[in-house]
Ligand binder design. Sequence first.
Ligand code: FPP
Length: 243
Amino acid sequence: MKNLVPSHIAIIMDGNGRWAKNQGFKTRIRGHEVGVDALRNAAKYASKIGVKFLTVYAFSQENWRRPKTEVDALMSILVSSLNNEVQTLQENGIRLNAIGDKESLPKKCKIELDEAILATASNNKMTLTLALSYSSRQEITSATKKIAKKIINGQISIDEINENMFSNELSTAKMPDPELLIRTSGEKRISNFLLWQISYTELVFINVLWPDFSDEHFEEAILEFNNRQRRLGMTSEQIVKQY
Ligand code: FPP
């Protein structure tokens, strides 16, 4: 049987720091640099096999609490990657997108990000979304505020609020929910990533550090996804009938 390729895959790229330490590097930064190579590879692989949306957790709002040297290094890796990778994105038909609190990013990052988003806007093979300064709770809080304002302004009534309307106020409004979420490094946590969107998502935890994540690991995660029966609240008997 042919494997089903999820149309939206989310990834928590974890383990850069441990990878650098294991390799004997003095700082964690080298892990992030090699992490960019792993991300480039994963994005190319995903677009090749027909994934339509790939959403990666590149920097959480909680990550601002890391030592300044690491935060600065991550921001500068972000700037240089955005600069260097546009060509790869173009060659692979990948449109760049970002979610999170863009305003909190250093000015240079924001400018590079906007430029890369604009340059790749007409690519239509796959959308690569970088979650940057992202917090899912913040996103949900902000959606709630937007809906409350609409009620106060008389645009909608309380009874009109439904899940669909709520989803449309999130930064992922134009995307389907992910069918598969992969977290590397062996940690089994969601860490404030896409909490609303992953209600029915299959979670796959892979015991490899992000810089070592390869096409084989990606394939393994998709196989695992295919081996699970997605019941979406129904019974197994109903699922058998459906197919
Ligand atoms: C988690 O590893 C990784 C991050 C906080 C950053 C992810 C960023 C990249 C892969 C770099 C590429 C992305 C962009 C857009 C520049 P960790 O540092 O928490 O590792 P640890 O758990 O081993 O300490």
